[in-house]
Design a protein around this ligand. Sequence first.
Ligand code: MTE
Ligand code: MO
Length: 304
Amino acid sequence: MRSGTLRLCVFAWLLLCHAALLSAETSSAGRVKVMGGKKGHGTVSVAVGATVPGAVTFSSGDPNFDSGGPSSFTGVPLGRILNQAGVTDMAGVTLIGHDQYTVYLPAEVVSKPGVIIVSDQDGKPLSRYLGGPLKLLFPPGMGMHQSAYCWYVDTLVPDYLDNPEVKVSVNGKTKTYTLSGLDALLPEHRTLYLSIPLGYRWDLPKLNQPCRVTAVPLAALFDGEDVTGRELTLTPFAGKSITLPVAPLLSCDVMLVYRINDQPIHPALGGPFSVYFPVMSCGELQRVAPETASLFFLHEISVD
Ligand SMILES: Nc1nc2c(c(=O)[nH]1)N[C@H]1C(S)=C(S)[C@@H](COP(=O)(O)O)O[C@H]1N2
Ligand SMILES: [Mo]
């Protein structure tokens, strides 16, 4: 290739890159994970943005961030997102933010066309400072409480998950446990104060504290495997994973909790699986446990 042609190519390429960058700035696209759609208990990822089919633009205020007047918001109705993921009958849905903030809404609220996951405000992607990239908005007439406006929307979970599973992988071997699989490990029953995620729950019965939980000590999951001196990673299906040394987790009886009052744990309460750290009775945990003393929405435990 002659150097003139080459220069021209490089110039064209730079122009294209610039155009791509610009379009990334001006048209937003995000995705939400939807669990438990028609494809079993797997996760479906649904695009939400100004250019996806079904996107709507409307004028509204934002009760969380008052900008002195209405803005133009663009997003996709929550009901449509769930339909697209194959969710049919449901009593309600749990929305979980990147920060594990949790909002539960019954189906009759979700089906209102003005209940929308927005991606853009005044033609620009919604910034993190305003709850973006994806955030839940309600029509003003609904009179929803401010705390129902979930920011940083990450995952949607309809109702209870059907036959949920948690993955445990130790030294390269992976086992998957269902609720009855955990029952087979001879769980303990304890009465304790269980933390639940921060958030808004429309009509779920209040959790009376202390409550009776069914739980398996983490040690029971590593039976027969040598995990001394190792680190363990707890990965939730929404939110950040944490990595901790194994020793205090085992000596302090950190537990995988999977029933409250003999029922599966509703996702809006941090379920179906949650890891409980007895911080009050074991000082060693105070530096390592999550601030809430529980890790919610557990998806996988691994020691590798
Ligand atoms: N993801 C996420 N969404 C959230 C919150 C949060 O901490 N995380 N706080 C909620 C609460 S309690 C309220 S009152 C509003 C915050 O609105 P404000 O800016 O008027 O305080 O956002 C709600 N949405
Ligand atoms: Mo709040």
